[in-house]
Design a protein around this ligand. Structure first.
Ligand SMILES: [Zn+2]
Ligand SMILES: [Zn+2]
Ligand SMILES: [Zn+2]
Ligand SMILES: [Zn+2]
Length: 622
């Protein structure tokens, strides 16, 4: 019998806890707050106990491991909460007011003269951030007409609406801010934030606008590059780079990324304009959607890793359809998918787009491969094998880069000149590093050993500032690594020394706008277009253009216009500074200091006090 009772009360309490999350739920009683107030005060007088808050009561029950939820003692029954009253909030809040509109209000009030003014201002209409107020005087019964405190803009349908709510969405598309962040900022400023639904609707509309704007802009870019190439007297075909990036949200168990983005950027002008972009998206926000006309454009059953091929073909087809600019060559990282996709495209369209590999990626691979070599040779003195091979790897990488860049500048009628000369130069690197310069005069464009008599030659770039002293097996392994990473075929692939740096930096901009830890379902493509648009025109200018395209009036001398212009000015200053010699030198020394950290740690120059554990270790190291 008792058991039965316990079960029933458990069911009851579960039903209650479910209704906590329902709309309009107030406390735990159907009585009015007044009654509860009376009840709880009398109860408190009776038992001299105070009720716990909801969370405290939950925690106490959790700590007591009381899972079957028997009838609770009075103290543990959660306290009813009074909902705060709406009209109280109005008295103490900030609102955004346009100076021009405030002027109207003051003018209205100034007309009226009153002997005993007793003025109240009340909000009569509120649409998001846009507020209409009315002034009343209780002593002379004067009522000013309601005054709108913000600027309005014309809508395609309905009356003119306040412009602030639309402006509020601009930073969501032009920065890493999300809708929730915008609400948080407003809440911290003590401003009543518009509802999430309103903001989401505005964001969706604006996202469509920015996609359209950027499509237009990319077409202008194609026309511009075409014109530049024509004026330069070259064939009007562009060299481009292409790379894909994946959005991922930390998630265990299965493939993380659901969206990917790929851009085609040209090499021919100094601006490196974006010519075309493509987006693969597996997300759809709606559960009941046929996916005919939504943001989802990539089938769920396919792996997003295979989207690279699709995106390349989509980009090339886009460019092909517009018939503005031809593509001469495309530079990518060494991915097998792309080679095949490009061959397919070439045979289908009977075009002849050349395929190059990214030079920088190749150098990175070389450095990684050399770092992974386990040396057999004995080290001298206190030299550390891991540090040694690290320094050697970066030295070889720099040398390969310099040799290839120098050879690229030599003009020759022989088509194979670059490949033959560079394979000679690369084979000579390890002998030259081991102080055997017999072939340097012919094979190297970098070695300065022949100038050692005038003090030009230095071995600072070598590990521990010494020539290599490696066994024959180690030397031949190093040589093999270099020649296999840069074999004849690869040298042909990198022969233009193009890279995909611009694509990578565009990707970092995109994941700044649409951070990887947030899942953007519908508006991912809008954010990608917005980032690309900002990349082409500068953030400030792109924002002004987007605002105007959306119907927001941005006047030439308004605060908004000036501030946005200032953002552009500052960013051009920073990008110019980054190209300056001083900046590069500072960066170089900073990086050098980091890479030397493991070396300096054990040296006598180390300023770090040795730990007592180290002092008393009797030479035993773990
Ligand atoms: Zn006056
Ligand atoms: Zn009055
Ligand atoms: Zn859908
Ligand atoms: Zn040499």
């Amino acid at each position: 019998m008792a058991n039965h009772k316990v079960r029933r009360s458990y069911k009851k309490s579960r039903g209650k806890s479910q209704s906590w999350f329902k709309r309009g739920h107030v406390g735990f009683s159907r009585q009015t707050p007044q009654e509860i107030q009376n009840m709880s005060t009398s109860a408190a007088e009776d038992s001299q106990t105070k009720r716990l808050s909801v969370r405290e009561a939950e925690d106490v029950r959790h700590a007591a491991e009381d899972i079957n939820g028997a009838t609770l003692p009075y103290q543990l029954r959660p306290q009813p909460q009074n909902e705060e009253r709406e009209d109280m909030a109005e008295l103490d809040e900030n609102i955004i007011v346009n100076i021009d509109c405030l002027h109207n209000l003051v003018r209205e009030v100034h007309k009226q003269s009153c002997s005993k003014p007793c003025v109240k201002v009340a909000v009569t209409k509120r649409a998001g951030l846009c507020v209409t107020v009315q002034m009343k005087c209780s002593s002379c019964k004067y009522q000013a007409p309601p005054v709108n405190l913000t600027d309005t803009m014309k809508k395609s349908r309905g009356p003119a609406a306040g412009v602030l709510n639309d402006m509020l969405v601009l930073p969501v598309l032009k920065s890493k801010l999300g809708l929730m962040d915008v609400s948080l900022v407003l809440s911290c400023l003590n401003i009543k934030a518009p509802t999430q639904a309103l903001l989401q609707r505005k964001l969706n509309n604006m996202s469509n606008t920015v996609s359209r704007l950027n499509e237009d802009q990319m077409m202008h870019n194609q026309q511009y590059v075409h014109r530049v190439l024509q004026l330069s007297g070259k064939e009007a075909a562009a060299d481009v780079q292409f790379d894909t990036s994946y959005a991922s949200r930390p998630q265990g168990g299965f493939e993380k990324a659901k969206q990917s983005f790929a851009a085609v950027i040209e090499h021919n002008t100094k601006q490196k304009l974006v010519l075309s972009t493509a987006i693969a998206n597996k997300h759809c926000a709606s559960k009941t959607c046929a996916h005919n006309n939504c943001s989802k454009n990539f089938p769920s059953q396919q792996s997003i890793a295979s989207s690279e091929r699709h995106l390349l073909l989509e980009n090339l087809n886009n460019l092909d359809k517009k018939k503005i600019l031809k593509i001469r060559s495309i530079t990518t990282d060494a991915s097998a998918q792309i080679g095949k996709a490009l061959r397919d495209f070439n045979s289908k369209k009977s075009s002849n787009i050349k395929h190059y590999h990214c030079f920088i990626h190749r150098l990175r691979t070389l450095e990684k491969k050399i770092r992974n070599i386990k040396l057999d040779s004995k080290m001298l003195g206190t030299q550390d094998k891991t540090n040694y091979i690290k320094m050697l790897a970066s030295g070889v990488r720099t040398r390969v880069r310099m040799e290839l860049q120098n050879l690229k500048t030599i003009k020759s009628n022989d088509g194979n000149y670059f490949v033959t000369r560079s394979s000679q130069a690369l084979a000579n690197i390890i002998p030259c590093f081991s102080n055997d310069h017999s072939k340097c005069s012919k094979a190297s464009t970098v070695c300065q050993h022949h100038m050692s008599s005038i003090g030009k030659y230095s071995v600072k770039h070598l590990p521990y500032g010494q020539h290599l002293h490696l066994s024959n097996t180690d030397s031949s392994r190093l040589k093999d690594t270099i020649s296999s990473t840069f074999d004849t075929e690869t040298l042909q692939y990198v022969s233009n020394l193009y890279n995909t740096n611009r694509c990578e930096s565009l990707h970092s901009t995109i994941f700044n706008y649409a951070p990887k830890f947030t899942c953007w379902k519908r508006n991912f493509s809008g954010l990608c277009h917005s980032a690309t648009h900002s990349r082409t025109l500068g953030k400030g200018r792109a924002t002004v253009i987007l605002a105007r395209a959306f119907g927001i009036k941005v006047k030439q001398h308004s605060q908004m216009y000036r501030n946005l212009q200032h953002i552009d000015k500052r960013s051009t200053y920073h990008s110019r500074r980054k190209e300056s010699f001083q900046y590069k030198q500072t960066r170089y020394f900073l990086r050098k200091r980091v890479s030397n950290l493991p070396l300096l740690k054990d040296s006598l120059y180390s300023s770090q006090p040795s730990s007592s554990a180290g002092d008393h270790s009797y030479g035993i190291s773990y």
